[in-house]
Design a protein around this ligand. Sequence first.
Ligand SMILES: NC(=O)c1ccc[n+]([C@@H]2O[C@H](COP(=O)([O-])OP(=O)(O)OC[C@H]3O[C@@H](n4cnc5c(N)ncnc54)[C@H](OP(=O)(O)O)[C@@H]3O)[C@@H](O)[C@H]2O)c1
Length: 348
Amino acid sequence: MKAMTYSRYGSPDVVTLSEASKPTPKPNEVLIRILATTVTSGDYRARSLDMPAGFGLIGRLVFGLTGPRQPILGTELAGIVESVGAEVMNFNPGDEVMAFTGGAYGSHAEYRTMPATGTIVHKPANLSFEEAASLSFGSMTALPFLRDKARIKAGDTVLVVGASGAVGTAAVQIARHFGADVTGVTSTANVELVAGLGARRVIDYTRTDFATTGETWDIILDTTATVPFARCAHALKPGGRLVAIQGSFAQALGIGKPSKASGKKVIAGYVPATAEDLRYIARLASDGELKPVVDRTYRLEEAVAAHAYVDTGRKRGSVVLTVGAGEADFLSGRQARVGRTRPLSAAA
Ligand SMILES: NC(=O)c1ccc[n+]([C@@H]2O[C@H](COP(=O)([O-])OP(=O)(O)OC[C@H]3O[C@@H](n4cnc5c(N)ncnc54)[C@H](OP(=O)(O)O)[C@@H]3O)[C@@H](O)[C@H]2O)c1
């Protein structure tokens, strides 16, 4: 099968088009023919080994000491089940699915196997394959951080810094889903996009520094590593939580955390990816509460250009790679489905 692979860490051109062996599903696995996948900030980290402060050595331990252990990047995908192992009862050949491969990567290829009880779900019927492929990376981060770690509740005020990225666009919508009053922080070009996701207010950081407005929030979720606790302590309400998505190693260890007396918290680190959360996210998308934001679409073979765009740090939502002839190929010969909603386009 065709796959984009890399054998050393570095700039986008370490990724090349290769022939890899097509995987065979084990008895408890499904084999997916991939139609769409994405290039994420996670792929950027694994490819470049440019890690958040203090995580350099951990990055090498995770991804491979002298070179990448997993040669195929890609944390999320959508496609069609080609075959299933003998023990699989919940998927059938021909099923349309989306899956989150997360830290195991392996989605930048024509095929991928997944355990049938893992992070794979039937694709919401109202999403295209490109949309479904771009749903999980940001949501599988924002959902557990907001719900489980920050314990978001209805009526909370939430500030999302970096509201136009993959995690930020998901965080704005998921916070809204939990009944929060959301403010997004982004640059001028993305103000309209973030407002369209449901932020009641959008702060353009090129004009206004949220930290000088005198306002306070219950939760500040920062995807950009520009908001250390010292910068935002006064902008957190009593009991407020700073969620540092791109947290440093020191933050993950709790070094420099606020005193108990302050009643404020810094939340950083890792969140587990569960099948239950992916089902929850798919349900939100089916209900129209969570809309994928697709920025640019490339072909799998154009992955180097896609990586270069992601490396700019300016992408809006997700950058999609279509695989093979992508969705057009799948849909040809099939009656076009009705009732599909369009994604919130990242194009202004
Ligand atoms: N802890 C975890 O488990 C976990 C999981 C996933 C991701 N992450 C980390 O989270 C970070 C964000 O991931 P992502 O996928 O959302 O990244 P992304 O999609 O690449 O983020 C790009 C967006 O960031 C915005 N941005 C950049 N600087 C900004 C600033 N100073 N203020 C406001 N917005 C700014 C850009 O908007 P403008 O062009 O408008 O500035 C752009 O739309 C990454 O560092 C990633 O490694 C952590």
